[in-house]
Design a protein around this ligand. Sequence first.
Ligand code: PMP
Length: 410
Amino acid sequence: MISVPRYLDYAATTPCSGEVLAAMIPFFTECYGNPNSLHIFGLKALDALESARKSVSDLISAEIEEIVFTSGATESSRMAIERTVTYLASKTGRNKFITTKSEHKSILDCADYLKSRDIEVIYLKVKSDGLIDFDHLVDILDESIGLMSICMVNNETGVLQDIGRIADLCHAKGTLLHSDATQGFGKIPINVKDLDVDFLSASGHKIYGPKGIGILFYKKSYKKFIRVPLANRDVEFGLRAGTVPVALCVGMGKASEFAKSTMATDLIRITNLRKLLLDNLFEALPEIHINGSVESNYPGIVNLSFRGCEGEALMMECKRIAVSSGSACTSNKLSISHVLEAMGTAPDIAQSSLRISIGKPTNDSDILIATEDLISATTKLRQMSPIWDMIKAGMDISSIFEGKHCAYAV
Ligand code: PMP
């Protein structure tokens, strides 16, 4: 019998919590009204929608009318980035956009779209620990930049950027700041007023809410930048079209309340579980590396490289855990993570990386199973690996990994 592996991939997605599901069900069955309808069914739906919006805004200290529900962080970021940048380029002549090469694919796609619209995209350097290079930022910021977008917590490495400091530098030049906070929202304290961020994207399914729902926070005064002509834009303050999925919004609201009340204890517990994992692995295995800053991170995302092993092989070998590899097999070619590549990680280290992400349900036993599997799989793969023999002999193996393509993780 195949037993279900321990889930350690909470950065990819989380299970919907029982409380969230229970709060949503009536909005599929009894209170199924359209919040735009003027009868009692509609009014009940509208009431639920607005209290969900309040729960979300409370979590990040935003105003209620500064939250728009979307289908997820991907849509939120597109709304903020593509609309704001094109608006500013046409109205103010600020026709450049800054981001980094270590962003989530959803942001890199926006950058590609903007390039196709003749917007210049400038990629800010990230250092080997994944944090941005502030000197480079100071060099490239000027009056021609409309918007910058930076991930708050990187989805592959957990690296946590100093959004407040970045916002100050951007604003000094009149540049606006968007942050993809999908991996930090509901997990670390976020106060949009203190950070002074102009736009922020988040998603329901990373915080034990349903899939298919997210939010965009926008500063009230910048709403005009993200309004576009839509045939049926009478929903979500005129920012979206169609029928609002009230049950999903209720789920996102409930998940936000739940996150707010458990965040402090979760953070302590998750930090301890991370420490347990790292202590066990570092004690048992030589030549393992933490990818990303050890000083500034969200502790629930641990990105480790096990030199001499290939990430995918390691993942397959660890049968009792479900984790993500930083590499992926595309078109029969082994690829390395675009995030680690942007950080300038040596290809052999990038190739041997795994992301282990810890969530609310994770306990000591999950971490012990994970460490047992990782230690035995690494030992086994290294015994069969000619590369490991070369590493042990102190040889330079970088040329073996040249020309690897990069991969995008969820
Ligand atoms: N940004 C980051 C950093 C993410 O981790 C994810 C989810 N993998 C997304 C954006 C996309 O979120 P969604 O699935 O809600 O569109």
